[in-house]
Design a protein around this ligand. Structure first.
Ligand code: NDP
Length: 327
């Protein structure tokens, strides 16, 4: 038997609870993993609180990511004792996920834990931090180097935002953090932000074009904030868009693109090819300061997950929520 958060559905609707589950109930997969840590990402909070149609198959163990140790494997790339990370591929949406003590998965979904990293550090980063690194890689691919100017990061105190700030700061970029939590200014400055901008200054509908300021952006929120950032991005600047914490709409005009050559680069983490994933995880191991990572992590046990999910949804939490599934 092992402990798992389980989402079920009957005529009355969706229910969620902490359950003891028979190992024989695990779905098919060629690698069995003893999970050490999982996390609560925004998508997990949506699934647990039933706020969006994330769950595609019932019953389901949520948790879009985990890190742990292979206990048995029929996959050529893995053997018992290997340390592994999993994120995305529909795990925690269509397939049973990481908010459990055990997971049985398709070995093709796994990534080896980078050397020098612990499973705890990997999940302190989680899907949110890995997505932040995908945004950083996209900025680099488009030639946005630190000398090009300021990088704006929205949803700054959240999981993606916190890791983006710490990584970009370490790489020498001047980072401006956009937050709705003025009380977290010192936290964001300590992570590596050079300046704090009140989210309210970007939340209202703005002009098609505004004064040029940003060389690049990591946007985690969408809606008017993303539109206003595009409108104030410098000639040939690059805006990476990965999230929708403010809304899935994007009320902007073509003006930033046709008059300033602005590039709006979408960033997707779930089915991102394996080569890119391995690169992102290895770059996180190299470019994310371990001390800064610890400052953004809150650790909870599996039994606390259901209470934490609504708090993540209403944007009041700070940083990353890592889950020790064995307590
Ligand atoms: P968090 O909940 O940790 O952080 C989101 C942050 O957004 C909050 O901390 C808050 O930061 C800000 N925020 C919250 N509500 C609003 C609002 N109404 N308007 C403006 N800003 C708001 O989430 P994550 O960082 O884990 O994820 C961020 C986004 O990225 C989510 O939408 C998530 O779904 C998406 N995502 C996408 C992925 C992909 O593959 N494309 C992968 C991972 C995440 P502050 O108070 O500092 O402003």
């Amino acid at each position: 038997m092992f402990n798992a958060i389980m989402i079920e559905k009957d005529e009355a609707g969706q229910t969620v609870g902490l359950q003891s589950v028979e190992e024989s109930a695990l779905p098919d997969g060629d690698v069995l993993v003893d999970v050490d840590y999982s996390t609560i990402n925004y998508k997990d909070a949506l699934a647990i609180t039933n706020s969006a149609p994330i769950v595609r198959s019932y019953p389901l163990v949520p948790g879009i990511d985990f890190a742990g140790t292979v206990s048995s494997s029929n996959h050529a790339d893995y053997k018992a004792g290997d340390k592994v990370i999993l994120n995305g591929w529909g795990v925690g949406e269509q397939y049973w996920g990481g908010l459990a003590q055990k997971a049985k998965v398709n070995g093709d979904f796994l990534v080896p834990l980078p050397s020098g990293f612990t499973t705890r550090q990997a999940m302190a980063i989680g899907t949110a931090g890995y997505t932040a690194m995908l945004c950083v890689l996209a900025l680099e691919d488009h030639g946005v180097t630190p000398d090009k100017g300021e990088i704006v990061v929205t949803g700054a105190s959240g999981g993606v935002g916190s890791v983006a700030i710490a990584t970009l700061g370490k790489l020498g970029y001047k980072v401006v953090a956009v937050t709705g939590k003025p009380d977290e200014s010192q936290y964001l400055l300590d992570l590596g932000a050079a300046e704090i901008l009140d989210r309210a200054t970007l939340s209202e509908p703005g002009r098609p074009l505004a004064k040029e300021r940003w060389a690049g952006a990591v946007d985690t929120v969408g809606s008017h904030i993303l539109a206003n950032i595009c409108a104030s991005t410098k000639y040939n600047g690059v805006v990476t868009a990965c999230g929708l914490a403010a809304g899935m709409d994007l009320p902007l005009t073509v003006m930033p693109f046709i008059l300033r050559g602005v590039c709006l680069q979408g960033v997707e983490s779930v089915v991102c090819p394996k080569e890119r994933r391995v690169l992102a995880w290895n770059r996180l191991a190299a470019d994310l300061d371990a001390e800064k990572l610890s400052s953004m992590v809150n650790e909870i046990g599996l039994s606390e997950v259901i209470d934490a999910a609504p708090k993540l949804m209403n944007g009041t939490l700070r940083g990353r929520y890592m889950v020790d599934v064995n307590r």
